[in-house]
Write a protein that binds this ligand. Structure first.
Ligand code: FAD
Length: 282
């Protein structure tokens, strides 16, 4: 199906892209296009209005790449999931990102889909948000006048993943001493899409769990932390029964609202397995 007629804008710099994003009316950002192009076709098919302007970020070289120093890893918005997966910079606590990338859909999708698109598309089920909250990432945006603003990934998703500005990159602190575990359950066999995801991070101190982050994505709400579970885990030592005990200390509204019995069960299975994995590595 052909798209409705539109004007394609192809800025070369981040500041030009940020300015156009504000100035243009009825505009949509094109990153990898894996969601946007489908959505424009679907809207047309349903007889709905579609965006008059499409702002492609494909030519903005400043938005591509991954760098690191002795304190943090920086991932730019237009880095593809494949480039991220293949990056040799994913060491220490950043390795969990490779696990997440490996699970995302198929090779053609991973070759096109971008890190920024995954975080900012406002589909509640994508998997980078859980990981970025667990890793305590900060997200950076450029305003139309070229100023940079930032927000923790946790606050971005608490704020319903809304931003008026162009997302440029995320910075993740290096925490070599932390332990991480990730679990996902797929929704259906035909199209790979997660039903739920969980990511647990802890920084052991004197063999006790501390600074724990238990981040979950139910797919029906944006990724969020389970503070009650974190409070239970902090101060505990790793034992073979900790995962099982932890499932009695969940914020049930996160897991049980708009969830089938299967999903509620799988949430508990995944959380238990993730906690047990960390206990074994401790
Ligand atoms: C069949 C299929 C299966 C998938 N399976 C999975 C999966 O299992 N797990 C998973 O995590 N994801 C999955 N995805 C999602 C995929 O990984 C991409 O993240 C997602 O499609 C959007 O990325 P994109 O770069 O193509 O964004 P686009 O489609 O180009 O953009 C979507 C929207 O994101 C916003 N946006 C993008 N970049 C920026 C920016 N820099 N600043 C501000 N806003 C921006 C805009 O609103 C834009 O319109 C799947 C996608 C498809 C199509």
């Amino acid at each position: 199906m052909l798209l409705n007629s539109l004007t394609l804008h192809t800025p070369r710099t981040v500041s030009e892209a940020a300015r156009l994003f504000k100035e243009l009316q009825e505009v949509k950002i094109l990153a990898g296009g894996t969601f946007l192009l489908n959505s424009l076709k679907l809207l047309k098919h349903k007889g709905n209005k579609t965006a008059k302007n499409v702002l492609s970020l494909g030519h903005v070289q400043e938005l591509k790449g991954i760098t690191c120093d002795d304190k943090s890893l920086t991932i730019k918005a237009m880095t593809t999931i494949t480039d991220l997966f293949e990056s040799p910079l994913l060491t220490d606590n950043f390795q969990i990102i490779r696990t997440v990338c490996r699970n995302i859909s198929t090779t053609p999708i991973r070759n096109m889909a971008t890190f920024g698109g995954n975080l900012t598309c406002r589909y509640t089920w994508t998997e980078m948000p859980v990981t970025m909250i667990a890793l305590n990432a900060t997200m950076y945006f450029m305003t139309p006048d070229g100023t940079t603003t930032s927000m923790s990934a946790e606050d971005f998703f608490k704020n319903n993943a809304r931003s008026e500005n162009l997302f440029t990159h995320a910075v993740i602190p290096l925490e070599p001493q932390c332990h991480l575990a990730y679990r996902r359950v797929r929704k259906m066999s035909e199209v790979d899409q997660p039903l739920l995801t969980v990511c647990i991070k802890t920084v052991p101190q004197s063999k006790r769990w501390s600074q724990t982050r238990a981040v979950v994505n139910s797919g029906t709400a944006f990724a969020q932390r389970d503070y009650q579970l974190e409070e239970f885990l902090n101060g505990k030592t790793s034992t073979p029964t900790l995962g099982q005990e932890a499932t009695n200390h969940l914020t049930s509204a996160i897991y049980d609202t708009r969830s089938s019995e299967y999903k509620q069960h799988m949430f508990r299975v995944c959380l238990r397995a993730a906690i047990e994995e960390i206990c074994k590595s401790n």
